[in-house]
Design a protein around this ligand. Structure first.
Ligand code: MRU
Length: 358
């Protein structure tokens, strides 16, 4: 998608320099910086510090992390060690393990010079596949938006939480892909963007990328969605997910669950958009999903532009107060109207997912 009129992807490999290139998302929206990742250490750090974030993108970064590992040392025991470190870099999104397992399957036991090309092609393939899947999610979700528009004959108001946009994937996004497709088709859409405290992925990333594509959007405080739904100002919600269980329960950015409850109470359809790389076919009980706990400094401090347009970080809490920063929550399947996947839209249930994927 576009930034200042130019098409970008969120991650790519520079064949000449053998560097992985990323858009440093910790600097958006105030600075647009393309960063080089030279080593596995830098790839792991980029995932942990959220220079790259969003389930599909951290999976792709882990895949390229293994390409960098091969450049460092293509010994199988080293690659095994790095693969574990990549999987452990963030706990909730299943895409990390999915991508690393896929890479390791390709390169395990390969000791020839071929290993680098095998790994690079697989990492590229993971990215290409994600782009295709996100595009299909868009086409499948577009039908739902179109249906609402045909009934309403007026702007479709869509609420989203966090950033499940193209910046969270390689291109298109998951939750935003149906929105981009509707906009391209001429359907009038307006997006309510949850700010998404504490890291403000909604305000800093979703609103930013929608602006760049000229899609009307309004940032709202995280607690505003409920009253908008009561007032009939939300036609549908679409969010992303970091891990979807085969039961249809979904883990996503903290606050998603509360939006789903409000949507249920107000008969607002609540959709979750995902590529199949986000499905965890093993865990059956959502209580077993590891929920990331991040630094409480992400809550107590906030970053923005000062009066001289310099980026500044300031403390906003009482110095002595304790705070807790859970990064994800779970929305049980019963609150999910449907899962929008690359293969179609299905019920959020084992039966629904099996119909599409098994
Ligand atoms: O902590 P983040 O910013 O990585 O969380 C991202 C989300 O919660 C997204 O909704 C999810 O990864 C889906 S991305 C298509």
């Amino acid at each position: 998608m576009k930034i200042q009129g130019k098409e970008y992807r969120t991650i790519w490999f520079d064949e000449e320099t053998k560097l992985v290139k990323i858009i440093d998302q910790t600097k958006l929206p105030h600075q647009f910086i393309i960063k080089n990742l030279k080593t596995t250490k830098e790839a792991i750090k980029a995932i942990k510090t959220m220079e790259v974030r969003g389930a599909p993108l951290i999976g792709a970064t882990a895949a390229y992390g293994l390409v960098l590992a091969i450049i460092e040392n293509n010994d199988q025991s080293y690659l095994k060690k790095i693969s574990q470190e990549l999987i452990n870099s963030r706990p909730t999104a299943i895409n990390l393990k999915w991508a690393v397992d896929r890479m390791m399957k390709k390169i395990s036991g390969v000791n020839s010079k071929e290993i680098f090309n095998l790994a690079l092609n697989e990492a590229k393939e993971i990215c290409e596949e994600d782009v295709k899947f996100c595009e299909n999610i868009g086409l499948n979700g577009l039908k739902i938006i179109e249906e609402i528009y045909n009934k309403k004959k007026d702007t479709v108001n869509i609420l989203t939480h966090c950033n499940a946009g193209w910046l969270a994937t390689i291109n298109w996004g998951t939750a935003t892909s149906p929105i981009y497709h509707a906009h391209k088709k001429g359907i009038p859409v307006h997006v309510w963007v949850d700010e998404t405290r504490p890291r403000n992925q909604g305000a800093n990333l979703t609103s930013y990328e929608l602006n760049e594509e000229e899609i009307p959007n309004t940032i709202i405080a995280d607690n505003t969605g409920g009253i908008l739904m009561q007032r009939g100002q939300v036609d549908m919600c679409i969010v992303g997910t970091d891990r979807t269980l085969s039961t249809g329960d979904v883990a996503n950015k903290i606050g998603t669950y509360l939006k789903a409850l409000a949507a249920k109470d107000n008969n607002v359809p609540f959709y979750v958009a995902l590529p199949s790389s986000t499905i965890d076919w093993n865990i059956k009980d959502f209580k077993e999903i590891p929920i990331e706990v991040r630094s409480s400094e992400e809550l107590s401090h906030i970053e923005g532009l000062d009066e001289k347009n310099n980026v500044k970080k300031i403390l906003i809490y009482p110095k002595k107060s304790a705070s807790m920063n859970l990064a994800f929550d779970i929305t049980p399947a019963k609150y999910v109207t449907g899962l929008i996947t690359e293969k179609g839209v299905c019920e959020a249930s084992e039966k629904g997912l099996n119909k599409l994927f098994k």
